[in-house]
Design a protein around this ligand. Sequence first.
Ligand code: 5CA
Ligand code: ZN
Length: 412
Amino acid sequence: MDSWTGHEVPRLPGSGVPLALYDSARQGVHPTDPVGPATMYVCGITPYDATHLGHAATMITFDLVQRMWRDAGRPVTYVQNVTDIDDPLLERAARDGEDWVVLAMRETALFREDMEALRLIPPAHYVGAVESIPEIVEKVQLLLKEGAAYRLEDGTGDVYFDITAAPRFGYESNLTREQMLPLFAERGGDPQRAGKRDPLDPLLWRGARPDEPSWPGGDLGVGRPGWHIECTVIALNLLGERIDVQGGGNDLLFPHHECSAAHAERLTGQAPFAGHYVHAGMIGLDGEKMSKSKGNLVFVSRLRGDKVDPMAIRLALLAGHYRTDRAWTRELFDAAVERLARWRAAASAATGPDGALLLDAVRRRLAADLDTPGALAAADRWAQEALAGTGTDAAAPALFADTVDALLGVKL
Ligand code: 5CA
Ligand code: ZN
């Protein structure tokens, strides 16, 4: 499907710094490859409601990854999906008496507008589950043929992945089986389903049910794809057998990314599927994770409707470290509005302190697992001195503006 329109990213002088990121599988910060083309897959929205600040924070995190790689001279291929067929979408459409296709199209369109307003670099490929069904069918058939999947014998036509076909299962999330079981149930899995070989086996193909949309599945029969295999297949087909970064919020650590990796590794015979499994913290409101099911949402489109500057939203979300679960508060937002005004004033100053030093500091902070609080502090110090008239570098204000534009995505 169509992506959104990007903005020009200024080219910065000197050379960028190779990026290190926390990998959930190895539970530590490790360098990403320093050279060559980079590949990234980020788990996108299930479009049954508008983009909230949690989605925005996660997307902004991976936007910075892309900006850092580009700044270091690496071409990037970035893929994001849209889960445009899944249970939550059908449930919401049924609740509201709406056609699920219309709901998905409307919310996806709004997401694109929000991403553009927030100046997210668009993915090279923005791909829906529905348009990927033929490729998903092919891979599920292959898993069945190789004995890594099985069909339930209850006449539903449902096909499951056999997790014993993935000997490394668990390496991505580092969770014990006892920890996995409740998460699996909470996050779309069905541990109690009768006839499964293992309660943790994930669904690959759901046989057609009356009143549910379905598609031809060849030997699989008519049905629709499971969730994890959707992301596996889109990533494999567009990015190849091994990707640099598999990204999403930390609610996807298990079972989604564990199962996506297990599927991919079984299909390719190569492990690990991703060099880094990168997880953004949850944005919360009033003490709870912001989620569609809880209904405690702040929508990006609502803020835009209230004439909030999207650059202030970006700065507010960047003020905390991406891996920290954190709350959206009025104070956080007010501080971002104030910071944006200060930075804009500083960018219009006649002179400022050494611009090259500032650029170097921002690059180094971001290269260290996207230390945005550190990068913002470096920019704050520069801005404060520029506003105080301390520096004499006449080129610095323009370089300051380019630095925060190119590396933080904040247009002053
Ligand atoms: N379609 C699937 C991924 S394949 C999905 O999780 N969709 S979603 O709409 O629920 O979330 C979209 C992205 O935003 C995911 O990467 C998810 O991890 C992230 N996300 C969801 N809620 C939050 C939140 N409160 N804070 C931060 N990120 C969030
Ligand atoms: Zn996904």
